[in-house]
Design a protein around this ligand. Structure first.
Ligand code: UD1
Length: 356
C-alpha cells in the first residue's frame, strides 16, 4: 500500500506524527511518503516540530509559503498535483483544517485518489472562519473520516455523510501528548523563562478575527493590565507579531517570547495556572492536562472541551480578559478525566482501520 501524508502547519505535524509512526510500524513494507507544503516555514514553526515529534524528513517540500487564501491554496494544488501523479498513492492522508488540508483534499479527489481526514467532523458553524470552510470541504470529499468526539457524528450526519465513512478513533493530538509526556514534564520551560510553575497565565492568540483588526490593541492593553495581578507568558505567533508592531506593551509582568517548540510549549501549558487562547488544539491539550482554559472566541468547534473539559468560552471580547482572576477564584469542578478515546491510542486505531 502506498500512503502519502500532506502536512503544512504546526498543528498538522502534531496530529499526523503518531499516525505516520503507527502506519510505518504496522506496514513497514508499504510506501509512506511525506509532503510538507511549506505553509509554515520558519524554523520555530516547522523543523523544530518535526525533529521533536520524530517525523522523518519530508520526501517533498513544496515551499508554498504565505499568501492570500486563494494564492496559498492554488500554489499548494499546483505543486502537489505532479507529486501525486508520480507517487500514485492509494491514499492521501490530511489532518485538521488549514489551507494545506483543503488544497490536498481537493487535488487528490480530482485525481480520483481516496482521501483520509484526521480530526473529521468538527464544526464551529461559523463560515467566516477559514478553517470551517476547509473542514467542510475535506470531510465532504474524504473516503475515510477519522473522528475524535461524539458531536462529530451528529455534525456529519447532519451533512448527509454516509455512516460507513465514519470511524470513531479518538484524538491523535493527545496521542502525541501522551507519547512525549516524560519529556515535556522534564523540560522545565517555565523556570527557564523566569516564571514560577503554577502561577502564570499562558497566552496564545493568532486568529484573524482577533489579531487582524482593531481588537488586538485592546487585547494587548488588557493583558498588560492583567499582568499586574497574574504574570502573563505570551509566545507570539508570527502573524500576531506582525500585527502587534507599535503595540508592544511595557509591563514587567508581561513576558512576550518568540514561538516555542512543542516540548517547551506543552511544558508551559502543564505548569500554567491557566491558559488564554483562540487556538483549537490548545483547548484540547488543556482539557487533557486538567489546566483551566479561557477561549477568546464566540464559538468553538470543540464543545466537548467545554462540556467535559476545562474550557470556558469568554466570547470574542477583550474586556472579558479582566474576568479571568475572578473565574479562577470561583474555581470549577475539574472533569473526572479526558473525553473517551483521548487515550494515546487513536493513531493505532486509524492504522487498524486502514490496514484491515
Ligand atoms: C494557520 C491556519 C490556522 C492554524 C494556524 C496554526 C489557515 C487558514 N490557517 O494560520 O487554522 O490555526 O496556522 O498556527 O490555514 N508566518 C511566518 N512564518 C511562518 C508561518 C507564517 O512569519 O512560518 C506569518 C506570515 O506573515 C503569514 C502569517 O504568519 O502571512 C499567517 O500564516 P498562515 O499560514 O497564512 O496562517 P496562520 O495564521 O499561521
Amino acid at each position: 500500500m502506498r500512503i502519502l501524508y500532506v502536512v503544512g502547519t504546526r498543528p498538522n505535524f502534531v496530529k499526523t506524527a503518531p499516525v505516520i509512526g503507527a502506519l510505518r510500524e504496522r506496514h513497514p513494507e508499504g510506501r509512506h511518503a511525506i509532503v510538507h507544503t511549506g505553509q509554515h516555514y520558519d524554523r520555530l514553526m516547522s523543523e523544530v516540530f518535526l525533529e521533536e515529534l520524530g517525523v522523518p524528513a519530508p520526501d517533498y517540500m513544496l515551499e508554498v509559503g504565505s499568501g492570500s487564501h486563494a494564492a496559498q491554496t492554488a500554489r499548494t494544488m499546483e505543486r502537489l498535483e505532479p507529486v501525486l501523479a508520480d507517487e500514485r498513492p492509494d491514499l492521501v492522508m490530511v489532518p485538521g483544517d488549514v489551507n494545506s488540508t483543503l488544497a490536498a483534499a481537493l487535488t487528490a479527489v480530482k485525481m480520483g485518489i481516496p482521501v483520509a481526514h484526521i480530526e473529521s467532523g468538527l464544526r464551529s458553524f461559523d463560515l467566516t472562519m477559514p478553517e470551517e470552510v476547509n473542514r467542510i470541504v475535506a470531510d465532504r470529499f474524504s473516503e475515510w473520516l477519522f473522528l475524535h468526539s461524539p458531536e462529530a457524528v451528529t455534525n456529519l450526519r447532519g451533512e448527509g455523510i454516509p455512516e460507513e465513512r465514519m470511524h470513531m478513533v479518538g484524538n491523535t493530538m493527545i496521542d502525541t501528548l501522551v507519547a512525549l509526556e516524560d519529556r515535556f514534564r522534564a523540560a522545565g520551560s517555565a523556570a527557564r523563562l523566569g516564571a514560577e510553575p503554577g502561577s502564570y497565565l499562558l497566552v496564545t492568540l493568532h486568529r484573524p478575527a482577533l489579531v487582524d483588526g482593531p481588537l488586538l490593541g485592546e487585547t494587548v492593553a488588557r493583558l498588560a493590565a492583567l499582568a499586574r495581578e497574574i504574570p502573563v507568558v505570551f509566545p507570539v505567533h508570527p502573524r500576531t507579531r506582525k500585527m502587534m508592531e507599535g503595540l508592544e506593551p511595557d509591563h514587567p509582568g508581561l513576558l512576550l517570547t518568540d514561538p516555542l517548540g512543542y516540548l517547551d510549549f506543552v511544558s508551559l501549558i502543564a505548569d500554567a495556572r491557566a491558559v488564554l487562547t483562540d487556538s483549537g488544539g490548545i483547548q484540547e491539550e488543556t482539557t487533557y492536562l486538567g489546566v483551566p482554559c479561557f477561549t477568546l472566541r464566540d464559538n468553538t468547534e470543540r464543545p466537548v472541551t467545554v462540556t467535559s473539559g476545562t474550557n470556558t468560552l469568554l466570547g470574542l471580547d477583550p474586556a472579558a480578559i479582566a474576568r479571568i482572576p475572578g473565574l479562577l477564584a470561583e474555581g470549577r469542578q475539574a472533569p473526572p478525566g479526558p473525553p473517551p478515546l483521548w487515550d494515546g491510542r487513536a493513531a493505532q486505531r486509524i492504522a487498524e482501520a486502514i490496514l484491515s
